[in-house]
Design a protein around this ligand. Structure first.
Ligand code: DGL
Length: 265
């Protein structure tokens, strides 16, 4: 049975979803958060839908055993394949694409760039949703086949990473110089927001983690599932390297009282 004392589950293909944990932690201090990142199989963004589906089911099964009350999908790639997972589990599954796209709509942005993995861009999920609500919006989407994996390697200032960021963002702005706002539509990318900003100081890079955290809070409020007292805990599970979790947590400023554990799914 789902009740307010159950945890919020957060899942990602690797360390990227820690950007969502950071925002949830700030917004919902009383909640217990359980994170699962499948770093051993990252990146998912170059895999096919069936592979992504099977790997994601392993993470949902893990979270089901943790008695969560909602699953906040941090990963855009998984979210773009999401409809197939709804209603299989006891908990509600909330994707990150619609909250991020709604930020664009709510702020009346008419020229928007979307920078994401190959899978996310190929689904057209941002483009199609934005056009369905705002038919005249100009959406330019570009993907990177390697940036998430480069960030997952843990070197946050590598030359290869900087060059990939520069060339892909320049592709967007050269197609459409009017674009001043770009969604970082892969959770790994805001980990190196400092690099994006240093390379392109005049672009507003949108981090969907804020919007996802607000969406989860609203869902809990509307369903009487909000936990209103006690000190919230953060438990982080990874199929990969626990040192990388610590490095990313330090880099993005997650409190260092999290429990971190390596597991197999
Ligand atoms: N974190 C994933 C996302 O938000 C992408 C990383 C991957 O390709 O696994 O899309």
């Amino acid at each position: 049975m789902t009740d307010s004392n159950n945890s919020i589950g957060v899942l990602d293909t690797g360390v990227g979803g820690l950007t969502v944990v950071k925002e949830l932690r700030k917004l919902l201090p009383y909640e217990n958060i359980i994170y699962i990142g499948d770093s051993i199989n990252c990146p998912y963004g170059n895999k096919n839908k069936n592979e992504i589906k099977n790997l994601t089911l392993n993470m949902f099964d893990f979270l089901q055993n943790q008695n969560i009350k909602v699953a906040a999908v941090a990963c855009n790639t998984i979210s773009s394949a999401l409809e197939e997972f709804n209603d299989i589990y006891d908990f509600k599954i909330k994707g990150i694409v619609i909250p991020a796209a709604n930020y664009v709509i709510n702020n009346n942005i008419k020229n928007i760039g979307v920078f994401a993995t190959s899978f996310t861009v190929n689904t057209g999920c941002y483009h199609d949703y934005l056009k369905s609500i705002s038919p005249n919006i100009n959406v330019i989407s570009k993907s990177s086949a390697c940036l998430a994996a480069l960030i997952e390697q843990g070197d946050f200032s590598s030359q290869a990473m900087k060059e990939e960021i520069k060339s892909k963002i320049e592709e967007i702005t050269s197609i459409s110089p009017d674009i001043k706002d770009i969604i970082l539509a892969c959770t790994h990318y805001p980990i190196v927001l400092d690099v994006f900003k240093a390379c392109f100081p005049n672009i507003n890079f949108i981090n969907p983690a804020f919007e996802q955290a607000i969406t989860i809070k609203k869902f809990l409020q509307e369903n009487n599932l909000l936990k209103n007292s006690g000190q919230g805990t953060t438990s982080i599970y990874t199929t990969g390297n626990t040192e990388l979790i610590k490095n990313v947590s330090n880099k993005i400023g997650i409190q260092n009282d999290s429990k971190i554990k390596k597991i197999q799914l």
